[in-house]
Design a protein around this ligand. Structure first.
Ligand SMILES: C[S@@+](CC[C@H](N)C(=O)[O-])C[C@H]1O[C@@H](n2cnc3c(N)ncnc32)[C@H](O)[C@@H]1O
Length: 348
């Protein structure tokens, strides 16, 4: 299979692969993308990770056929021939499909060209419907070299098996004119990835809100927002009557008898363990049906220890529903949390 992660978290991603497939031999295609050889079948591993997803491995796809390439435009047709010879019979004509190509390195064609030609081949032979946004089956194509000449690797799987619906887990969003910060993409990706449904006209608390990207996204989801941050919010939010900005630290707001909330989000630039302790203290201010979402900033050194410690702190008050290093996260991961019932909360 091919596995992908943020290069900064390569060590932790590799450890996750070794934990489920200890015989794995990893060969780097480019930074953060590995060809993984293991006796564990892709589908067994994908099933296991569907139940308990890894944090750092962002995307996987199987390799069922490969061939060496010549570095010429005709490689596209060679890959189309390989698809027809080896994989096309496995495609279900009734299910929407997509082709997700990645070209790692310089080639006389782009991923887009591969996507187009191979999708045309599949449609012509099987009549399966192409659906790039919500495919059920995905043909993954990776062009890259471990050592020596480039090879093309093809694999067919269900989107649900790949850990992300996007090629290599690269979920991109269109830039919005009104965007306040790049951090907005993190919240958009988390809402989509974790399937978060915000209550209609819910009441949200945004800890570490400035300059206000997350607050803006929450407003687009019709939430009333209390934005807590000593720093200024963007001018476009200052005039919004459904945004209350408290120029306080999260610690100071906690002392000021906060309200109850349907959702608490936290993107504070803070030591992961301190941030976790604050979230535990705030758990009492979430309604029972409420949820919380936070980024956990991980240091360069002792990341695994800091992560384990932070998760253990959070477990005093929350069930951790999901933890993922998302495409828009940098030196951090995103957690989706459900509060435990109040009587089960232990002191932080
Ligand atoms: C990465 S920025 C948040 C970006 C924001 N989510 C957005 O979309 O625009 C981190 C923010 O955390 C705030 N922060 C750091 N420590 C804090 C604390 N103890 N209480 C409240 N805010 C804090 C900083 O002032 C900074 O504005």
């Amino acid at each position: 299979m091919v596995a992908t992660a943020d290069p900064d978290f390569a060590d932790l991603a590799q450890a996750e692969i070794m934990a489920v497939a200890p015989d794995s031999r990893l060969a780097m295609l480019v930074d953060g993308v590995w060809l993984v050889e293991t006796a564990v079948s892709f589908f067994d591993l994908a099933d296991q990770w569907q139940k308990e997803p890894p944090i750092f491995v962002r995307h996987i796809n199987p390799v069922q056929a490969s061939l060496s390439l010549r570095g010429q435009p005709s490689d596209i047709y060679a890959l189309s021939d390989l698809l027809q010879a080896e994989l096309i019979d496995l495609i279900d004509p009734d299910l929407p499909f997509s082709v997700q190509a990645r070209v790692l390195g310089q080639q006389p064609y782009k991923a887009f060209d591969l996507n187009q030609t191979l999708a045309q081949t599949i449609t012509a032979v099987t009549n399966a419907p192409l659906d790039v946004r919500q495919p059920v089956q995905i043909l993954s194509v990776v062009v890259g070299a471990v050592r020596g000449p480039e090879r093309g690797y093809l694999g067919l799987s269900l989107a649900a098996h790949n850990l992300s619906d996007w090629a290599g887990g690269r979920r991109r969003f269109a830039r919005d004119e009104a965007q306040i910060s790049r951090a907005e993409f993190k919240l958009l990706e988390a809402i989509e990835t974790f399937g978060i449904r915000l209550p209609p006209r819910g009441v949200a608390l945004d800890l570490g809100a400035a300059p206000g990207g997350w607050t803006r996204i929450l407003r687009l989801h019709k939430q009333y927002v209390t934005a807590v941050d000593p720093a200024r919010l963007h001018a476009s939010l200052q005039a919004d009557p459904d945004v209350r900005h408290l120029r306080l630290t999260a610690e100071a707001y906690l002392e000021a008898s906060p309200d109850q909330f349907d959702l608490i989000v936290n993107d504070m630039r803070l030591d992961a363990r301190d941030s976790a302790r604050l979230m535990v203290a705030y758990a009492r201010h979430l309604y029972r049906h409420g949820t919380a979402l936070m980024t956990l900033k991980l240091p360069q050194a002792n990341r695994q220890t800091v992560l384990d410690h932070s998760l253990n702190i959070l477990r005093r008050a929350y069930t951790i529903s999901a933890a993922r290093q998302l495409f828009h996260n940098r030196s951090e991961i995103t957690l989706y949390l459900q509060p435990k019932s109040y009587d089960k909360i232990s002191e932080a």
